[in-house]
Write a protein that binds this ligand. Structure first.
Ligand SMILES: *[C@@H]1O[C@H](CO)[C@@H](O)[C@H](O)[C@H]1NC(C)=O
Length: 449
């Protein structure tokens, strides 16, 4: 029995630990907001499964990533909506108890009236008639309350309860079939191309000229890993380190996740090889290692919801190691998206602008605060407010790892903390427009290129 209790405690602690992020919610989310994590991925379930993502048994729960079950995220989200239903229930219960109080008061006053009538009946028959009318009126009111208001309140409550019960049943069913599905481990069906190399530029030189998933091994001391190589843009050789395109992967993650990397490298959309990149973060250790092998350039491409595209490019990009909290250094801007990393937001002035420069910043996540916004004050953390891990200053002019909003324009009310937490590139679209797609690619820099 003691052991069982201990186990429960452990489970609870683990669970409570995972909730930490949401404990910082100060602004409740409006139910209509369109921050999504799964809805888009669910539509592409077939393709995702081919690429190694197990399809979730319950359709709206979408696809499980090869890098780990997102089921938990979904369950927490569902739990939130059940909580909301229960909260909705509360005012209705209050209403009900108020109307039952009213009825009680009327019953009391009728009793008084009856007593009064008893006293007067002996004196004046005319007055009796008057009191009887009032009693009858009150009786009619009570009858109406009992016949209509009560049953309709109860019906509403019943409806809410039924909805909660349905949700719970659905979750139980989903968990059950998930258990069945997970008996057999996911197998990736992405074929590994024969060509390999240190990175994507190396692969290109060795004949890997198609944009797709490859296995790379930057150096013999590290195990090979999968990346997506863009071998067509500007003569190829680009290694994708960050990608957002449909909101299918949650980027509000911890330090360890950002260190190791997360998301889906690539999908096979029917051609027999994985030529469609997924949403992912390569991982700070890998990014740091790659940029320190030699001069590296970075290309940030983005797209709005009308399909318009712009880019920002830096011909020098270095990420230091974890012991320096992955400090970022960039230089040599070109492009048409605006130079957020070096200049900050051009719509701001003076110190307000310099506070949005990303060059020279350390990496921050919601559980590891290295930003410039009152260091040491846990209520002043950019990553907690702005949705993702990033080289936050105080806080950003660019927020590629922010929350995914469908449609572009979003508002303070829709944001979890009332701040511009979308996928933002201020010098192109301002703070309140969340991009449809953004990606970051790196390759060795050659001055002669
Ligand atoms: C910086 O922002 C604050 C708050 O919006 C504003 O009051 C101040 O005037 C700004 N400073 C400059 C130099 O624009």
């Amino acid at each position: 029995m003691k052991k069982l209790l201990l186990l429960y405690l452990c489970l609870y602690v683990a669970w409570a630990d995972d909730l930490e992020y949401d404990d910082y919610d100060t602004v409740s989310r409006s139910p209509q907001h369109n921050y999504i994590q799964w809805t888009t991925a669910a539509g592409e379930g077939g393709a995702a499964r081919e690429a190694g993502g197990c399809l979730h048994a319950s359709e709206e729960l979408g696809v499980l990533c090869p890098t780990g079950c997102e089921l938990k995220t979904m369950l927490l989200k569902q739990e939130r909506s059940v909580k909301q239903s229960v909260n909705e229930l509360k005012p209705q219960v209050d209403d009900l108890s108020r109307s039952s109080n009213n009825v009680y008061n009327y019953v009391n006053s009728i009793s008084n009236s009856l007593r009064e009538r008893q006293r007067i009946v002996n004196d004046n028959n005319r007055v009796v008639g008057q009191y009887t009318d009032r009693v009858e009126e009150q009786h009619a009111y009570i009858k109406e309350t009992v016949d209509t208001v009560f049953p309709s309140s109860i019906r509403v409550l019943q409806g809410v309860l039924d909805k909660i019960r349905l949700k719970i049943q659905k979750l139980e069913k989903a968990i059950q079939s998930q258990r069945e599905e997970c008996k057999v481990p996911c197998k990736t069906k992405c074929p590994i191309p024969v060509v390999s190399g240190k990175e994507c530029e190396d692969i290109y030189r060795r004949g890997g000229k198609d944009s797709q998933m490859y296995l790379i091994q930057p150096d013999a001391f590290y195990a090979p890993y999968k990346v997506f190589c863009d071998q067509t843009t500007q003569n190829g050789g680009w290694l994708l380190i960050q990608n957002r395109l449909d909101g299918s992967v949650d980027f509000g993650r911890r330090w360890d996740d950002y260190r190791r990397g997360f998301g889906n490298i690539a999908f096979d959309s029917g051609k027999g090889h994985c030529q469609t990149p997924g949403e992912y973060w390569l991982g700070n250790d890998r990014i740091s290692h790659l940029t320190k092998m030699g001069p590296t350039e970075v290309l940030i491409e983005m797209q709005d919801w009308t399909g318009a595209k712009v880019h920002a490019q830096y011909n020098a990009f270095t990420i230091q190691s974890e012991s320096s909290n992955y400090v970022m250094a960039v230089d040599g801007y070109s492009g048409n998206a605006g130079n957020c990393f070096l200049e900050g937001s051009l719509e701001l002035f003076g110190v307000n602008r310099t506070m949005t420069i990303h060059n020279g910043m350390m990496f921050s996540t919601y559980d590891r605060d290295n930003d410039n916004w009152i260091p040491g004050d846990p209520s002043k953390q950019c990553s907690r407010e702005d949705g993702g891990g990033w080289w936050y200053n105080r806080c950003h002019s660019a927020n590629p790892n922010g929350r995914y909003y469908i449609g572009g324009a979003y508002t303070r009310q829709m944001a979890k903390h009332g701040t511009d937490d979308g996928i933002v590139w201020m010098n192109w679209k301002g703070s309140w427009y969340s991009l449809k797609a953004i990606s970051m690619k790196i390759r060795p820099f050659f001055a002669s290129r």
